[in-house]
Design a protein around this ligand. Structure first.
Ligand SMILES: Cc1ncc(C[n+]2csc(CCO)c2C)c(N)n1
Length: 237
C-alpha cells in the first residue's frame, strides 16, 4: 500500500466524524445562525491567508520544478480566491488584504495554523504537504457528501462546500497530484519519516473537526479566559 493510500485509509473515520458534525449537518439543513456563519467566515478567511505562507514553503522546498510549478499554480488560485472573498465581505465584517493580518485568531484556528506552520521548519515537502493537503481533501470529500444529501437550496448554505471542483478533482486535479507527490517523496524517506507525515495528515483531519466545532460553538479566547478565571463554560471544551 502506498503512503497516500495508507493515510486515506486511516483518515476515513475522521471523514465520517466530520460528516456527522452539527456544523456540516447545519450546512445541509440550512440551520446555522448568522453568528455561527460569521464566526466561520472570519476565522476561515484568516486560515486561508495563513495557508499562503504554507504554500510558499511548498514552492520553496520543492524537489522538482514540476512540483514548484504545481504549488505555484495552487498559490495563484489561493490568492485569487482570497481576493474574491475579500470583495464579498459583508458590511458588518469588512476585511482587506492589510486588515486580514490583524484578524483575531481564535483558539482552534491558532492550534491548526501552528500545527501547519510547525512543519515548515522540516524543509521537507513530505512533512509540509500532508498538513495542508488534508484540509483540501476533507473539503472535497465533504463537498461530495453534502451534494448527495437532500440539501436545502438556500444561500449562503448552497454555495458552502460546493467548490469549482475541476481544479481539485480528477487524475490531474490538485488532490491527486498532491498524493502523487507524497508517494514520490515517500520513496526516498525512512519509515519513521513516512509515519510522521501520516500522523501530520491525520492531525489536520482531526483539527478540521475541531474547526467546525469551534465555529458551531463560536469559541473565543474570551470564553477560554472565562472558563479558566471564572470557572464557567466547561461545556465549551
Ligand atoms: C478549516 C479549513 N480547512 C481547509 C481549508 C482549505 N480549503 C479547503 S477547500 C479549499 C479550496 C477551495 O475553496 C481550501 C483552500 C479551509 N478553507 N478551511
Amino acid at each position: 500500500m502506498s503512503l497516500s493510500q495508507d493515510m486515506l485509509f486511516e483518515a476515513e473515520p475522521y471523514l465520517v466524524a466530520n460528516e456527522k458534525h452539527p456544523f456540516v449537518q447545519g450546512i445541509i439543513h440550512a440551520t446555522l445562525t448568522p453568528e455561527q456563519l460569521r464566526y466561520y467566515d472570519e476565522q476561515d478567511i484568516a486560515f486561508e491567508y495563513n495557508e499562503v505562507g504554507i504554500i510558499n514553503a511548498l514552492i520553496d522546498n520543492s524537489t522538482t520544478t514540476e512540483q514548484a510549478l504545481l504549488f505555484h499554480k495552487r498559490q495563484d488560485l489561493q490568492l485569487t480566491m482570497l481576493r474574491d472573498w475579500l470583495h464579498r465581505e459583508p458590511e458588518s465584517m469588512p476585511h482587506n488584504w492589510e486588515t486580514l493580518k490583524q484578524t483575531p485568531i481564535q483558539p482552534i484556528n491558532q492550534l491548526y495554523r501552528q500545527h501547519m506552520a510547525a512543519t515548515v521548519q522540516t524543509h521537507s515537502v513530505l512533512q509540509i504537504l500532508p498538513s495542508f493537503a488534508a484540509g483540501e481533501w476533507m473539503y472535497i470529500e465533504l463537498g461530495r457528501f453534502v451534494s448527495k444529501q437532500a440539501r436545502v437550496e438556500k444561500e449562503p448554505f448552497q454555495s458552502f462546500l460546493t467548490m469549482g471542483g475541476d481544479d481539485f478533482l480528477g487524475p490531474n486535479g490538485f488532490i491527486q497530484q498532491f498524493f502523487n507527490i507524497i508517494d514520490y517523496e515517500a520513496k526516498s524517506a525512512t519509515p519513521r519519516e513516512q509515519e510522521r507525515a501520516k500522523q501530520t495528515f491525520l492531525k489536520s483531519c482531526l483539527l478540521e473537526w475541531y474547526f467546525w466545532d469551534a465555529a458551531y460553538k463560536q469559541i473565543t479566547w474570551d470564553d477560554w479566559q472565562n472558563a479558566a478565571l471564572k470557572g464557567k463554560g466547561e461545556s465549551l471544551l
